[in-house]
Design a protein around this ligand. Structure first.
Ligand code: ZN
Length: 103
């Protein structure tokens, strides 16, 4: 298992878990509190985290998360970056014009 996302907000971690599962990636949100008492471990370790089951999917998972978070930041535009070729695609298109990747 590999951590691909950490959040102070456990609800956000749950959202990310769902986004990854929708993308076909086996992921689990692990809530803070499973890691023992605060103070024994660095603060970042106390955060909720999302892990992928297969380490080979970690890179893909990070790309999916980044895309999701950027869409949240800018709901008007919703431009996305093609995870295959890196082209920036405008929000109204669901397919990459460059390589044909289905968004
Ligand atoms: Zn592409």
């Amino acid at each position: 298992m590999k951590t691909v996302y950490t959040a102070a907000d456990p609800i956000m971690a749950g959202f990310i878990e769902g986004v990854l599962q929708n993308a076909g990636i086996q992921a689990h949100a692990m809530q803070a509190g499973l890691y023992g008492a605060a103070g024994e471990i660095p603060p970042n370790e106390c955060w909720a985290r999302v892990v992928v089951v297969h380490e080979s999917q970690a890179e893909q998972a990070r790309a999916v998360i980044k895309e999701y978070l950027e869409a949240e930041d800018d709901p008007e535009a919703r431009a996305w970056q093609c995870p295959r070729c890196g082209e920036q695609i405008e929000g109204q298109f669901t397919q990459c014009w460059s390589c044909g990747y289905e968004h």
